[in-house]
Write a protein that binds this ligand. Structure first.
Ligand SMILES: Cc1cc2nc3c(=O)[nH]c(=O)nc-3n(C[C@H](O)[C@H](O)[C@H](O)COP(=O)(O)OP(=O)(O)OC[C@H]3O[C@@H](n4cnc5c(N)ncnc54)[C@H](O)[C@@H]3O)c2cc1C
Ligand SMILES: *[C@@H]1O[C@H](CO)[C@@H](O)[C@H](O)[C@H]1NC(C)=O
Ligand SMILES: *[C@@H]1O[C@H](CO)[C@@H](O)[C@H](O)[C@H]1NC(C)=O
Ligand SMILES: *[C@@H]1O[C@H](CO)[C@@H](O)[C@H](O)[C@H]1NC(C)=O
Ligand SMILES: *[C@@H]1O[C@H](CO)[C@@H](O)[C@H](O)[C@H]1NC(C)=O
Length: 692
């Protein structure tokens, strides 16, 4: 605790509050905490029990912790595997640092790897994730994009008539997203230069997270929507309002008052006054949720606490939970925590040597991710990468460095293919073959795959983006248009193969196992090239340098894609909110099937991929989760067995009077010159750096 950060804060207070000594403030440990990162507890000061224990201090975990502790009577402990991030502000706060000076590759990054992927030339792909308070929002690219209404409603449709399903759907998710946001319109010349369109009504006005546009804009960004329009792709006038298809310049999670990254820690935790009821413990990896054998009347297992440790060899410590454990480890961390707690597919747990508490086949399944690949041209105009490389005083100003890439477009099947209907028929014809690739023998998981397949198939004839195009100008002398797959038919899984929660989770996304995904990406790359050949963009571009003229035919593009595609960093669905008989892990109240007082509330619960980057919907989900929890614990205790909750409050009810209904109810560096010369590994890093 007596960190560098404290000393710096101490120095600042010396200059700013010179009256401290004369006011006789005791120089106690408590005071030190109040002065700066006062919410962090240590292993020595953590309490024995809390109402809620939040496992994972990332995007969702910090939103929920902040909201629950608005009630001074509710005690919350956040356990975060990574550090606070307070020691590395220069690698978090300046937005453009996401390309040039980020935490990726450092101990603040989980540095996950996939298994060798047969669909991508046997390559092992890198999956970075933030391991720090704020989670992946401390390292992400700050794109702040809403999914479309159609997609969010399709997710709700999968819930059927399950109890609590009414909490979801577009209007509710938007309410959650708005609650999280304070939107600031762009500076007028930024708006003009970028040809930015938005409707402020679609955003929130007084939430903790700042959403705005960069303080500095490039003319080539303004070329984006006209170039798309010239080839028949209309612009989205209100992309946050449920119709995100077409081209637009997206909003970003940036604080315009000082041009810093706005993320879940800076938004939901740092500005809080001291809260005695909120404890945050960093460097604490949750190793398992503890089930002592108690069950509620529905037969659901009651969690008694959470076990954590600082390292694989460190002593394990336990904290008791009075109400609920909220799992917010993200799309990889949450299924990992559940499986190490004995909640997951029996075959996986048996093989790993973990005792089965609840055989829940859907945990880790339905894994979907977005894949991306770039087309690169020489640039004839100034790029953000040029300014960064110049090293001039201007290049170092905060406002200049608030520029991050944000011009995007969501493209439907009828634009990608001659006939969307033909594409849809081809997808339908492949259904039986695709079922053979489901990485589970569980009939429930297979039924879930069918349901997700059918929902995704519908998108192919709707106003839904199957491909995202992204304009990236963060490299010197180069302009890139990427294509990114938004609705994969390929689904994979994550699983564990050891008893140690410190061993890396095994990630097998089964990329490109479904041929439709390859076809969509191939057409996406062709479309990226068409945009590059469309005026006014064409005039800003020189020769195509990557993949270049040698990659032209469908076969050539497909072969090339297998060698270069990389993650767009949007894994999801590994703890899907779906009916249990569809391989679901949580019900619409976010409660884990078979558990009385454990919920999952993060990006792992979205069952169906969105045409969006995942932070915005995850903020919305986390706000809704906090509402659901508050309602569950402020409502009078249910007095009969027809209530919908499976959990009520095990500590207060002794785990016996809970409602009877089971919840089972139903980077490229600035010095890099010639792209053609970079190695394959370099290309992968390069693609990764472009995406952020
Ligand atoms: C490089 C990169 C770029 C991205 N770019 C964008 C973008 O531009 N726009 C966008 O919208 N989205 C982007 N994303 C995705 C977005 O940031 C994530 O989808 C979002 O943060 C997910 O939120 P979450 O709460 O589910 O998980 P996270 O924010 O990842 O939080 C999970 C937290 O749980 C912790 N944790 C995990 N396991 C344990 C354990 N056992 N014990 C204790 N703690 C644990 C982790 O350390 C982490 O802090 C990007 C992601 C990455 C990695
Ligand atoms: C907190 O608890 C006390 C004692 O039980 C009670 O009097 C008070 O009303 C509660 N406050 C809130 C905000 O619920
Ligand atoms: C940016 O400004 C906000 C106030 O809007 C403040 O809370 C935050 O600490 C500032 N960030 C930095 C890095 O100065
Ligand atoms: C698909 O996109 C094109 C171009 O933006 C548009 O003209 C067309 O109406 C869209 N089709 C559907 C079904 O939304
Ligand atoms: C039981 O609870 C349900 C839902 O809370 C309520 O609608 C119903 O009236 C209750 N029945 C009795 C007998 O209390």
């Amino acid at each position: 605790m007596w960190s560098k950060r404290f000393l710096l804060a101490g120095v600042a207070s010396f200059f700013l509050h010179v009256d401290l000594a004369s006011s006789h403030v005791p120089r106690s440990h408590e005071y030190a905490r109040a002065l700066q990162a006062r919410k962090y507890v240590t292993q020595a000061t953590v309490a024995d029990s809390y109402d809620f224990i939040i496992a994972g201090g990332g995007l969702a975990g910090l939103v929920i912790a902040s909201r629950l502790t608005e009630d001074p009577n509710t005690t919350v402990l956040v356990l975060e595997a990574g550090e606070s991030g307070d020691a590395v502000p220069s690698q978090i706060n300046p937005p453009s640092g996401t390309y040039y000076n980020s935490l990726l590759g450092s101990p603040y990054d989980w540095q996950h790897k996939t298994t060798a992927q047969p669909g991508t030339d046997g390559r092992v792909l890198s999956w970075p994730r933030g391991k720090v308070l704020g989670g992946s929002t401390a390292v992400n690219g700050m794109y702040y994009v809403r999914p479309s209404e159609t997609e969010v409603e399709a997710w709700k449709g999968l819930l059927g008539s399950q109890d609590g399903a009414d909490a979801w759907g577009w209007n509710n998710l938007v309410a959650g997203m708005k609650k999280s946001e304070t939107f600031t319109p762009p500076i007028s010349d930024v708006q003009t230069t970028g040809k930015i369109q938005f409707d402020a009504q679609s955003y929130g006005t007084d939430g903790p997270l700042h959403v705005t546009y960069p303080g500095f804009m490039f003319s080539v960004v303004g070329d984006w929507t006209p170039s798309l329009e010239a080839i028949g792709i209309e612009s989205a006038a209100d992309p946050a309002g449920g119709k995100n298809f077409g081209g637009f310049v997206s909003s970003l999670s940036i604080n315009p008052s000082n041009w810093t990254r706005s993320y879940s820690k800076s938004a939901y935790i740092d500005p809080l006054p001291p809260r005695k009821n909120l404890d945050i413990l960093v460097s604490a990896t949750v190793t398992r949720i503890i089930f002592g054998g108690d069950k509620n009347s529905a037969g659901d297992q009651v969690a008694s606490g959470v076990e954590f440790a600082t390292s694989a060899t460190g002593t394990k410590k336990t904290v008791k939970v009075k109400k609920e454990v909220i799992v917010t480890g993200g799309a990889l961390g949450s299924p990992n925590i559940l499986m190490h707690s004995g909640v997951g597919p029996k075959d996986v747990l048996d093989a790993a040597g973990v005792n089965v508490v609840v055989d829940l086949p859907g945990v880790g399944q339905h894994l979907q991710d977005h894949l991306a690949a770039p087309v690169v041209w020489e640039s004839k105009v100034e790029t953000a990468g040029d300014i960064h490389a110049s090293g001039t005083p201007f290049s170092k100003q905060a406002q200049t460095n608030s520029f991050v890439n944000s011009a995007i477009a969501y493209i439907n099947a009828s634009t990608l293919f001659d006939s969307a209907e033909q594409f849809q028929s081809a997808v339908a014809a492949d259904f039986d073959a695709a079922l053979k690739d489901v990485p589970s023998t569980s009939p429930e998981v297979i039924e879930g795959y069918k349901a997700l397949y059918q929902a995704t198939q519908k998108f192919t004839t709707q106003s839904v983006g199957l491909i995202e195009l992204l304009l990236s100008i963060n490299s010197p002398k180069a302009i890139t248009i990427q294509a990114a797959l938004q609705h994969p038919f390929s689904q994979g899984r994550v699983y564990i193969n050891s008893k140690s929660a410190f061993d890396p989770i095994i990630i097998d996304p089964q990329y490109f196992s479904h041929p439709a995904d390859i076809a969509v990406m191939r057409e996406g790359i062709k479309l990226a090239r068409r945009v590059g050949q469309s005026e006014p963009m064409r005039s800003a571009l020189g020769a195509e340098t990557f993949p270049g003229p040698g990659v032209n035919t469908d076969a050539e593009i497909e072969t090339w894609l297998a060698g270069v595609v990389a993650t767009e960093f949007h894994p999801q669905a590994t703890c899907s909110m779906l009916p249990k008989d569809l391989g679901g892990v949580v019900n619409p109240k976010l409660q884990v099937y078979g558990l009385a007082n454990v919920r999952v509330a993060d990006s792992s619960v979205f069952p169906l991929s969105f045409s969006a980057h995942l932070a915005s919907p995850t903020y919305g989900l986390a706000e809704k989760a906090a509402d659901i929890l508050k309602a569950a614990y402020t409502a009078p205790a249910p007095s009969n067995s027809t209530g919908g909750s499976n959990s009520a409050n095990p500590s207060e009810t002794g785990g016996s009077s809970s409602p009877g209904k089971s919840n089972g109810a139903s980077g490229l560096t600035s010095s890099s010159g010639t792209l053609l010369a970079i190695s394959l590994a370099g290309i992968i890093t390069f693609v990764a750096s472009l995406l952020r």
